[in-house]
Design a binder for this molecule. Structure first.
Ligand code: S3P
Length: 169
């Protein structure tokens, strides 16, 4: 397996961070969470960035944070749910490594994110479902697609490790 960087993409609540951690452990790679990088660079939470400066500003910070990852090796990166929707980000990810879409059914994502105040876009069900459907064509461009159902993070990580041809543990 090449020492590449792996980007997990997909909707809020699809398990990018938990699967990312489990996959990094399984592969012996580092793990990074793009939203955490944005927060620590800005010194603010995602919610504060959205409410003080708006989504467009957040998207610029997201692009800059992604750009700052160039040159990484042996790393699993959990991206935010909107990152892979932007063509610029998809181009960066293609240059840096491989995108894996955690294709998780809407109802499961919804159950995981409803009531989570830290996600500014997780408002009402209808809006979320619309956003989910709008984003599918972008997510479908990922290099690898994994149907997650509601399987445990470790199980999904193991499946991905096998698809990537990682040696058995
Ligand atoms: C967003 C998803 C969030 C975070 C921000 C915007 C989105 O990340 O980047 O709130 O546009 O879907 P998670 O997918 O980790 O919740």
């Amino acid at each position: 397996m090449p020492d590449e960087t792996i980007f997990l993409v997909g909707f809020m609540g699809s398990g990018k961070s938990s699967v990312g951690r489990a996959l990094a452990r399984r592969l012996g790679y580092n793990f990074l969470d793009l939203d955490q990088i944005i927060e620590s660079r800005a010194g603010k939470t995602i919610r504060e960035i959205f409410s003080e400066s708006g989504e467009a500003h957040f998207r610029e910070l997201e692009y800059e944070a992604l750009r700052s990852l160039r040159g990484l090796k042996r790393t699993v990166v959990a991206t935010g749910g909107g990152a892979y929707v932007d063509q610029r980000n998809r181009d960066l990810i293609r240059q840096m490594g491989r995108a894996i879409w955690l294709a998780c059914p809407f109802e499961i994502c919804l159950a995981r994110i409803s009531g989570d105040a830290s996600r500014p876009l997780a408002s009402n069900r209808d809006q979320l479902e619309k956003l989910f459907n709008e984003r599918l064509p972008a997510y479908e461009r990922a290099d690898l697609i994994v149907q997650t159902g509601d399987a445990a993070a470790e199980q999904i990580a193991e499946l991905i490790a096998n698809l990537l041809g990682a040696p058995a543990e």
